[in-house]
Write a protein that binds this ligand. Structure first.
Ligand code: F6R
Length: 607
């Protein structure tokens, strides 16, 4: 949830750390803090701009330091609770992303031994524990190892001390840590974004790893082994990809990137003319996949809704029974899993803890574990046996847009991959793959309608509630459309199956309650039209998302937003883009910062 960044090298640390933090700002942002050896600790509520102001012109010559952006889990987001946290003597400084579950008992026993705590955080127990170990044996590394052995929970840690000013110890358990390897300088962060400008050579730590990093060296170890091999990887994203690219918000930039993102997801993965999908990431389990008789898709939020679209796609084309589960519920209902079950996690960040834990539960029960993940080197990507990367690039806006679309594209490829290995005919495969290949052009067309979408949002700007309805492929679209509006505009919206209206929600409808009806020209068109009429006869205003050329709909709906014609199974991709733009314009009209909706953060690494 939080962002961590550290530098140790031959340059001034302050500007590097502050710039790095600003690139990480999307990860967590209720407070920020920094420690540099000759400078001490500076902490502030708010974001990096506040911290920069506090540091002001008091330029520090320090050539190392640790920095943090906090998204509160224990204790109010104020200056005292902001990281870094120190020991009683102000000699050990700790920055932490994650949650220490046993911090209360640790704190109690440390307080009994005379330690004075100043914050309400779980993190502070770590610095005091290290102090306690240092009393027995003045070995910094061993004190950290001893401390880690007592912690229960998740952490991505940065630890330094006044006695070892250029050494930073980092450790990973459940929260991501990546080390950037430079020339005479090294970096540590919670993801590659703030490191990319300095080096593309990176080492991703695994759970249980601890690394001792100096300007010219890094050694990775575990709690028991003094040295283990963790090869470096070259990460090709550049920093420009992570900047706003001229748009006012990342959200708009990322929506506008959708055609390219679809190209990236499809690149090299379709065999034109044969209707086949070639998924290198699934090759290693291809034989095992043939015996799979049940697929469970797990995910949270928008990733869960992608999974719902995937259910229709994979059952329709892949010929395998599919269930979709909220990852946050999956392991609490004792799922029954056989060796012929595959569990597929869908996650942009690859760090969502509920999704990860659902996957681990499935693994314990012997399922084949697969992933559709965007963040290369993320925990879910590492813990799955096989999977397919989205290649959507970094998504900075908190609300998932381009990554969610690419999840549906990848699930379409998986449906084709599985289907052609089973009963899907070449003819159907060719038709579907041709439809997939035409998507970037169709989405580009949708993106040109952004002004028309904006004009409709202006008409409904005072509405306090919206209903989103759809059937079949458009049902998950309705759920996602409502989520997008809620999270960026804070206006109530509810997604519903269009056929369910008569079973309850119709009672809410009056002239003040608008409905967005997703009604493309598909196999359930007539039925959805009947549901729309149920609403209009009760004076409910209707905004329809319909297929170009549908003139009938203009006689029923108050407003119509069009998508181009495509394969029925791919209409969600086009209509979701319309609904993302709808949510964007509706919220920005209210002056809201859609990139950072209140109370939310990009990567949810707590349960
Ligand atoms: C909604 C949104 C969230 C995420 C969810 C899962 O716009 O972004 O609902 O989809 O938190 O995140 P990932 O995909 O990173 O597992």
């Amino acid at each position: 949830m939080c962002g961590i960044f550290a530098y140790t090298g031959d340059k001034k640390a302050a500007p590097i750390l502050l710039e790095g933090l600003s690139l990480l700002e999307y990860r967590g942002y209720d407070s920020a803090g920094i420690y540099m050896p000759d400078f001490g600790v500076v902490k502030t509520p708010g974001a990096v701009a506040e911290l920069t102001k506090r540091i002001g012109d008091t330029a520090s010559d320090a050539q190392s330091g640790i920095a943090h952006l906090r998204w509160a889990t224990h204790g109010e987001p104020n200056e005292v609770n902001a990281h870094p946290h120190a020991d009683c003597n102000n000699t050990v400084f700790v920055i932490h992303n994650g949650i220490i579950e046993n911090f209360r008992e640790l704190r109690e026993s440390l307080e009994k031994r005379g330690h004075k705590f100043v914050s309400e955080t779980d993190t502070e127990a770590i610095s005091h524990l290290i102090e306690e170990f240092l009393k027995k044996d003045n070995d910094f590394e061993e004190a950290v190892i001893g401390t880690l052995q007592l912690l229960r929970g998740t952490y991505g840690l940065l630890i330094t001390s006044t006695k070892h000013p250029n050494t930073i110890i980092t450790a990973r358990m459940g929260s991501p840590v990546v080390i950037g390897l430079g020339e005479g300088e090294n970096f540590i962060a919670s993801d590659p974004t703030p490191i990319l400008k300095h080096t593309k050579k990176m080492v991703f730590l695994s759970d249980g790893d601890v690394a001792i990093v100096t300007p010219t060296s890094h050694r990775v170890r575990t709690l028991t082994e003094r040295e283990i091999a963790r090869p470096s990887e070259t990460i090709e994203w550049d920093v420009a990809e992570a900047s706003r690219g001229g748009y006012e918000h990342f959200m708009m930039k990322e929506i506008m990137e959708t055609p390219e993102v679809i190209e990236n997801a499809l690149r090299g993965r379709l065999i034109p003319g044969e209707g086949l999908a070639k998924l290198g990431g699934l090759e290693s389990v291809k034989e095992r996949l043939k015996s799979i008789d049940r697929l469970i898709i797990v995910g949270c939020g928008s990733a869960y809704y992608s999974g719902l679209v995937g259910e229709y796609l994979i059952e329709g084309f892949g010929g395998i029974p599919v269930e979709v589960e909220l990852a946050s519920e999956f392991r609490y209902r004792k799922p029954i899993i056989s060796p012929n079950t595959a569990v597929l996690a869908v996650s942009q960040s690859g760090e969502t803890l509920d999704t990860l834990e659902a996957l681990r539960e499935a693994k314990r029960q012997g399922a084949l574990i697969l992933g559709v993940v965007n963040a290369v080197g993320s925990t879910i990507a590492r813990e799955t046996e096989a999977g397919v990367y989205n290649h959507a690039g970094p998504e900075i806006g908190v609300a998932s847009t381009k990554a969610m679309i690419s999840q549906i594209v990848v699930l379409s490829l998986i449906a084709l991959f599985l289907g052609r290995d089973r009963n899907l005919s070449e003819k159907t495969g060719v038709e579907f793959s041709d439809a997939l290949r035409s998507l970037p052009e169709l989405v580009s067309k949708v993106l040109t309608t952004t002004d028309a979408i904006k004009a409709v949002t202006e008409k409904y700007k005072n509405a306090r509630d919206f209903l989103y309805i759809g059937r079949k492929f458009s049902f998950p679209v309705a759920l996602e459309g409502a989520l997008k509006l809620k999270e960026v505009s804070y206006v109530h919206a509810e997604g519903y199956g269009a056929g369910e209206m008569k079973h309850g929600p119709l009672a809410m409808i009056d002239e003040h309650f608008p409905t967005l009806a997703i009604v493309p020209n598909d196999s359930v068109y007539e039925k959805t039209i009947s549901n729309i009429i149920e609403i209009t006869t009760r004076k409910g205003p209707v905004i329809a998302i319909a297929t170009e050329g549908d003139t009938e709909i203009t006689k029923i709906a108050n407003d119509v937003l069009y998508i181009p014609k495509t394969h029925e199974a791919l209409t969600p991709i086009l209509s979701i883009v319309v609904l993302q733009l709808f949510a964007y314009h509706f919220a920005t009209e209210k002056g809201l910062n859609v990139d950072r909706p209140r109370n939310l953060a990009k990567s949810v690494t707590v349960e």
